[in-house]
Design a protein around this ligand. Structure first.
Ligand code: FRU
Length: 546
């Protein structure tokens, strides 16, 4: 073939290829609230691009089912009504014809009644969730933003999902707040209310909500900001993003998860950023221009830094710093440098990760929400948020420690059913038979050991409490109660359909786990141990938050 013929041949092949591939891409006018997509885990992820006038460049990775769907996911397009959307897909396009728009999303009729839907823990309607982001109170609402993949029940395509609540218990999920764009997907971050409009983003007296997040690409993570003037319902990304780009300073792709707060004594904004091997402090006057101030090693991902009164004494305050695992240091902070005064401690273990606390909580309580790394078999959603807890610093026999216990607002969900005291384990086990089939339950108990060996409490063979006084461990982790000679342990146990949360000795230590009954075990609730006394046992019914 001569050169010109070759060119013609390739040009026509290219033309045919483009024509046939674009022929299969779809394009239509948006008239309904949701676009519904069939998902299959038998197929690999491929790029899907949405082009509309107001969202010209949203590209996500999705496992579009060519035939039978494992489940359906949706995109809320109510803000795009009237616009024409073009959807292209670089995988098997057969499934494109099954995408449909509707005022209901697929499966909406059974929403929150699904078999394995947690009943008193927040979960997203569809898709994967991980870290809570941008926890902030504003104008009568608590905002919970979160890492969200709306298109699948596994991690990918990080968006910021969004839910609001008046009481931190009953949540209303809104459309995603931040979508990926050309600079990257939207990793974790935080939110503040810019009361004095230092950013200049406010207008007409409206105080802007400003969020900081990480723009993530495979080769780089940089920090961006965005603002909302309508209570987090819509965001405008700052046109000069990124505001911090420190990859080369750290020679690392791990620079992420900006945690914003106001440090009043210096009249400055503080941003704590996880960079490579620890947390850095940056400060700013306007939330846009950031100056690096200091760095402390030994933390990974999702920084937290806040001040708490010790033993509720306003004249004795300390700062607490932690990373995603929650292991924390207590120390001093002068607005620029965090100086630890203690070793590292641990207040919670198990499914918890990447917990964040609320900015702006009106009563000054330090309220935390953690990601519960919990799956829900067979469901089109994954992950959940643990009960909101109040964090406190108290003086213990070992020094000052952080405690975490469910906030008082959770009490509305639990209603006393029965309570007993001073039972043998056999008596307690007989009484607990009544709750054999319980879907959700709260159980408060104090056990008293008669030997310094191990004892505990199971549910269908799953160990909720395994307390070994010889090794001084609780479910395998060192735990010594305030009175080390005490033979007692108290536990407040929250059992949801797919998870179990346990708060020990008033929140001195807590842990959470997936609920995994051993299908061969017929015991139900079961206290065990050498001649133990179940000193207190209280059972509560549980309301659904939905
Ligand atoms: C922690 C984390 C963050 C990151 C996010 C991405 O779970 O890895 O560091 O921003 O998840 O989803």
């Amino acid at each position: 073939m001569g050169t010109s013929k070759k060119t013609l041949f390739f040009a026509s092949v290219l033309f045919l290829y483009c024509a046939s591939s674009s022929a299969e891409d779809i394009s239509f006018k948006i008239t309904k609230r949701y676009l519904n997509f069939p998902i299959s885990h038998q197929t690999d992820r491929h790029q899907m691009t949405f082009e509309t006038e107001s969202e010209p460049d949203l590209t996500v990775n999705i496992r579009l089912a060519p035939e039978k769907a494992d489940y359906w996911v949706f995109k809320d397009v109510s803000h795009l009504k009237g616009e024409t959307v073009k959807i292209s897909y670089n995988g098997d396009k057969t499934g494109l014809k099954n995408i449909y728009q509707s005022d209901e999303f697929a499966g909406q009729d059974s929403l929150y009644n699904e078999k394995n839907r947690p009943q008193f823990h927040f979960t997203s309607r569809r898709g994967w969730i991980n870290d809570p982001n941008g926890l902030v109170y504003h104008d009568g609402e608590y905002h919970l933003f979160y890492q969200h993949n709306p298109y699948e029940r596994e991690w990918e395509n990080m968006h910021w999902g969004h839910a609001v609540s008046k009481d931190l218990i009953h949540w209303h999920e809104l459309p995603d707040a931040l979508c990926p764009d050309k600079l990257g997907t939207i990793f974790s971050g935080s939110a503040v209310i810019d009361d004095e409009n230092t950013s200049g983003f406010g207008s007409n007296g409206i105080k802007p909500m400003v969020v900081a997040f990480t723009y993530a690409r495979s080769d780089r993570q940089a920090q961006g900001i965005a603002y909302s003037l309508d209570g987090g319902r819509s965001f405008t990304k700052y046109e000069k993003n990124p505001v911090i780009d420190s990859k080369f300073l750290w020679n690392s792709n791990d620079t992420r998860d900006p945690r914003l707060f106001r440090y009043e004594p210096n009249d400055e904004w503080v941003l704590v950023l996880n960079e490579r091997d620890g947390h850095s402090i940056y400060t700013s006057d306007n939330l846009k221009d950031w100056v690096y101030r200091s760095h402390i090693t030994g933390f990974w991902e999702c920084p937290e830094l806040f001040e708490l009164a010790v033993d509720d004494n306003p004249n004795n305050k300390k700062w607490v710093m932690y990373g995603a695992s929650g292991t924390y240091m207590i120390g001093q902070f002068d607005g620029r440098i965090f100086t630890p005064e203690s070793g590292k401690h641990c207040y919670a273990t198990g499914s918890i990760y990447a917990a964040q606390t609320f900015n702006n909580q009106p009563e000054g309580r330090r309220i935390q929400i953690g990601w519960g790394r919990i799956s829900h078999a067979g469901m089109p959603f994954n992950g959940m948020y643990l009960l909101p807890t109040e964090l406190k610093l108290i003086t213990t026999k070992d020094g000052i420690r952080l405690t975490s216990a469910p906030i008082k607002e959770t009490e509305q969900l639990f209603h006393p059913l029965k309570s007993w005291s001073n039972l043998t384990s056999d008596e307690a086990n007989k009484l607990m038979k009544e709750y054999y089939d319980a879907d959700c339950l709260r159980v408060k108990t104090t056990i008293k050991l008669s030997h310094a060996t191990d004892a505990g409490f199971n549910l269908f063979g799953q160990r909720i409490i395994g307390y070994d006084m010889n090794n001084t461990t609780l479910n395998g982790r060192f735990y010594s109660p305030q009175d080390p000679t005490s033979m007692e342990l108290s536990a407040d146990i929250y059992i949801d359909r797919t998870s179990i949360e346990v708060f020990i000795d008033g929140g001195l230590y807590s842990y959470s786990m997936e609920r995994r009954p051993d299908s061969n075990n017929k015991e139900g609730f079961h206290f065990w141990g050498n001649n133990i006394t179940v000193k207190d046992l209280e059972v509560f019914s549980v309301d659904s938050i939905w």
